[in-house]
Design a binder for this molecule. Structure first.
Ligand SMILES: Nc1nc2c(ncn2[C@@H]2O[C@H](COP(=O)(O)OP(=O)(O)OP(=O)(O)O)[C@@H](O)[C@H]2O)c(=O)[nH]1
Ligand SMILES: [Mg+2]
Length: 342
């Protein structure tokens, strides 16, 4: 999964990127996009790895992209080209400044300013495409009526200033995928607060409409430079329960409707990321296409049941290991052994 970190100039994007990826010492190249891959920390993987002592432990990964959004004059828009790489991310983390600088913060206004840019960029794309379809029709080309209908739906929303993510079904329509609409991506709004402040700002009805959370960017960036002991003392002093890194990961999974399941063995303990409620046969396909094609059944054990039983064998004795078929909906924390035949 790849998440794009966007926000107005000087909102704290680079600070958050460092806090999330720990790459604070990496030289930030001016004018370039930055991309960092992190391993998803998961206590369950730690536990399974300690239990199986596998040759290899593979965690889930998340990529954070920090697109270079150049500063621009007030009222001017981000140049279209700056969005190119961000277009292919799975979701946006929209950083909104909520710490005082020369002026007090205005989070609701700042959020709207960048969100309007996303809407406008999509509007341009939709209008161009509709014009193109009209021109094609005039030259006698048979129009794709379904595409046109979907684009008209988009036009209606965008014309009213509404981001496409308000209509998730429309935003996810396969026929529209190629347009990589910016306002159609799931979005997490992250208020970047000052060190002493961990409250959500008063931002009108913004947080009724969008998923909102707070980080203290600068404080969290400092954390990444500390030893684990120092960090623990620091977290206590500032009353931080979970680090931004942990919360951002949890929020991202939930924003995108993703869960983790595990495979275990002496060779490898591994975490896999799939959409919630994926059928077992598709989850098997995430591991290998052979497992999907030749799927017979899956042995499934819930992580908590394994912990309670103490071992897979014990869990089997007390009847906690279930045999499930193709359509079984995989749950977060399931441990799966796929039986297959190719
Ligand atoms: N007080 C305070 N200052 C912060 C916080 N986060 C970032 N800053 C400061 O705000 C300034 C901008 O932070 P950056 O992380 O560089 O912001 P940015 O969005 O990457 O900025 P551009 O790349 O120029 O658009 C820096 O001087 C940071 O030190 C915060 O949580 N509290
Ligand atoms: Mg920056």
């Amino acid at each position: 999964m790849q998440l794009g970190i966007i926000g107005l100039p000087q909102s704290g994007k680079s600070t958050l990127f460092s806090a999330l990826t720990g790459s604070v010492n990496e030289v930030a190249k001016k004018g370039e996009n930055r991309l960092a891959t992190i391993e998803v920390p998961d206590l369950r993987v730690d536990f399974l790895s300690a239990m199986y002592k596998p040759a290899k432990t593979t965690r889930a990964k998340i990529q954070y992209l920090l697109p270079h959004l150049p500063p621009r004059a007030d009222g001017a828009r981000t140049p279209e080209g700056a969005w190119t790489q961000a277009r292919t991310t799975d979701a946006f983390i929209h950083v909104v400044k909520n710490f005082p600088g020369a002026e007090p913060p205005s989070p609701a206004k700042d959020f709207a300013a960048l969100d309007e840019e996303l809407v406008f960029a999509d509007l341009v794309v939709v209008e161009k495409r509709l014009e193109r379809l009209a021109a094609d029709a005039k030259r006698g080309k048979k129009p794709d009526l379904e595409e046109e209908r979907l684009l008209q739906e988009c036009l209606k929303l965008l014309d009213a200033g509404t981001p496409l993510r308000r209509d998730p079904a429309l935003a996810a329509a396969p026929l529209l995928r190629g347009f990589t609409f910016l306002s159609g991506k799931p979005m997490l709004v992250v208020f970047n607060n000052d060190d002493e402040d961990d409250a959500l700002p008063d931002a009108g009805d913004l947080c009724q409409k969008e998923r909102c959370t707070v980080v203290r960017g600068k404080l969290e960036e400092e954390l990444t430079q500390m030893s684990p002991e120092e960090a623990r003392a620091f977290l206590e002093e500032f009353g931080v329960a979970d680090t931004a890194m942990d919360r951002m990961i949890a929020e991202s999974y939930s924003l995108l409707g993703l869960i983790s399941f595990f495979t275990v063995g002496e060779d490898e303990v591994r975490a896999w990321t799939v959409p919630a409620a994926s059928p077992a046969v598709e989850a098997a396909g995430a591991i290998h296409t052979d497992l999907q094609k030749g799927f017979i059944r899956a042995e499934v054990l819930a992580y908590d049941d394994l912990v309670a039983a103490g071992s897979f064998q014990e869990a089997r004795k007390v009847g906690k290991v279930r045999l499930e078929g193709k359509t079984y909906e995989v749950k977060d924390g399931d441990i799966m052994h796929v039986r297959f035949n190719v």
